[in-house]
Write a protein that binds this ligand. Structure first.
Ligand SMILES: [Cu+2]
Length: 495
């Protein structure tokens, strides 16, 4: 009898250790603490939930007891900017896309107050995937502008859940930015990490194509066809890039609460230059390790974690890659700290992964489509040209026209450019390839033709000629038209 008992004890101990090693959602107590347990758990105290706009998240729940949490969320319809010069009217939960992040723990009792701002034009509601109940709350929360609805729910399942508006036309409300994340932490909380961020992908459908200026209304036809003009992180192109990039220091562990609002596309989430140490698949209990790309369904999520070991800029993308470089699904995580040559060494050239915008490009020698020119003043041309430059040329020639050594020639103080405007016009119209010499340096690469109108070519080149120490040539649409009328020069590589 005795040895048998010992064996039992020992195997129990081993089982506990293994279970603890798994950590997180799959903690040792999980078996007995199921949905029934959390349904009956008594709440202790009440407080107002902290809500945050992306990319920030509220403080972790830690090991606090279950409590009553009051969520005050206000819906706001607001004009924002999708990309420079493109206005879009977003519908938002709490004034941001994605909406405010809600952080709670399993067993909490949520009293949800949904307000619809009096200046809004539409009724809205909310469906939270963390809710067990009809419509995820949507059936109890339809609220007209200037009104408020209240409903209550208990969180029974830990995980990272999407919430969204479910007012008809549902797809349109989601497409306008009405989605966000609610995190239900397990008992005892998620293990602490150094940095936590909140990012959500979404696809957007506008009347005009990518970058078309002015106020752009939602396009239902494109939405039904699932042909978005924009696929972005956090509601707009560049929301998590440049000076708005998220940050970390070498040696820190980063956790991203990553959601996908859709409405249509599935995200192949990937971070260029990193490997996810851990992924909570679909935002649930199961943790996968050493992942390159994780699939995030529309209306779904994932929690990804990785330790950053070397400095540099990591690029967050949807690896359906045209979405990243041409539709906006590109973010940045800037890592500062000491290099570690054991892990990575090599010269670092900035600007390899940059957005390229929506211009349709072709290989050299195909002609663009011409539209009737409209007369502009030179300052107007420069202003329009700057916008175009930053959407079209910037990816290769860089923001200050400095180019990239051995790849893209400089446009700043370029002797090649200043010597011959017709040749520069020809390069933009027809593309350019073969060896050229710019400021004493040889380049032998391919510039694709840019498929721009006469007016656009005139504007962008006038901007380039009037920037960065160039000779202030003014290029008119008429001049571009004249160059276009001549046959395209033979490319050197054909000789
Ligand atoms: Cu809505």
């Amino acid at each position: 009898m005795k040895p048998k008992l010992n064996l039992k004890k020992q195997s129990l101990r081993i089982a506990v250790v293994i279970a603890m090693a798994f950590g997180l959602f799959s903690c040792a107590k999980k078996e007995d603490k199921d949905v029934q347990y959390y349904q009956d758990i008594k709440v202790d105290g009440q407080k107002e939930a902290e809500l945050t706009a992306p990319p920030l998240v509220p403080k972790p729940v830690g090991d606090r007891a279950a409590m009553k949490l009051v969520v005050n969320m206000e819906i706001k319809e607001e004009e924002g900017e999708m990309v420079d010069g493109v206005k879009y009217t977003y519908w938002t939960f709490g004034g941001s896309v994605p909406g405010s992040f809600i952080r709670t723990r399993v067993g909490d009792e949520i009293e949800f107050h949904l307000k619809n701002h009096p200046d809004n034009k539409m009724p809205h509601n909310i469906d939270l995937h963390a809710v067990t109940g009809p419509g995820g709350g949507a059936t109890s929360s339809l609220v007209a502008p200037g009104h408020e609805k209240v409903f209550n729910f208990k969180t029974l399942n830990p995980g990272l859940y999407v919430y969204h508006c479910a007012t008809a036309p549902v797809g349109m409300h989601i497409a306008n930015g009405m989605y966000g994340l609610i995190l239900v932490e397990p008992e005892g909380g998620l293990p602490p990490v150094d940095k936590e961020y909140y990012i959500m992908q979404g696809d957007f459908y506008t009347k005009g194509s990518y970058g078309e200026q002015g106020s752009q209304p939602f396009d239902m036809n494109k939405a039904i066809k699932e042909e978005p003009d924009y696929v972005v992180f956090n509601g707009k192109v560049g929301a998590v890039a440049g000076d708005k990039a998220i940050t970390a220091k070498v040696g820190e562990t980063v956790r991203i609460y990553m959601g996908n609002g859709g409405p249509n596309l599935v995200s192949s989430f990937h971070v260029i230059g990193e490997i996810f140490d851990k992924v909570h698949i679909e935002g649930g209990d199961m943790v996968n390790k050493n992942i390159q790309t994780t699939l995030i369904p529309a209306g779904g999520s994932a929690i990804v974690e990785f330790k950053v070991d070397v400095p540099g800029t990591l690029i967050l993308v949807d690896h359906s890659i045209f979405r990243a470089f041409n539709k906006g699904a590109l973010g940045m995580l800037k890592v500062e700290g000491e290099e570690n040559k054991k892990i990575y060494s090599g010269t670092i050239q900035e600007g390899i992964y940059l957005p390229e915008g929506g211009t349709i490009q072709n290989m050299p020698k195909t002609n663009g489509v011409a539209k009737a020119p409209v007369a502009k003043t030179v300052p107007e041309q420069i202003k329009a040209g700057k916008g175009l430059y930053e959407r079209t040329c910037f990816a290769c020639h860089q923001l200050e026209g400095q180019g990239i050594p051995n790849a893209f020639p400089p446009l700043a103080k370029s002797d090649f450019l200043n010597a011959n405007p017709d040749r520069a016009i020809g390069a933009v119209l027809h593309g350019l390839s073969g060896e050229i010499t710019v400021n004493g340096k040889k380049f032998n690469n391919v510039m694709t033709s840019q498929n721009l109108t006469d007016e656009q070519v005139a504007d962008v080149l006038t901007y380039v000629y009037n920037s960065w120490g160039n000779n202030k040539t003014v290029v008119t649409p008429a001049k571009v038209k004249a160059v276009r009328a001549k046959p395209a020069p033979k490319v050197a590589s054909e000789h």
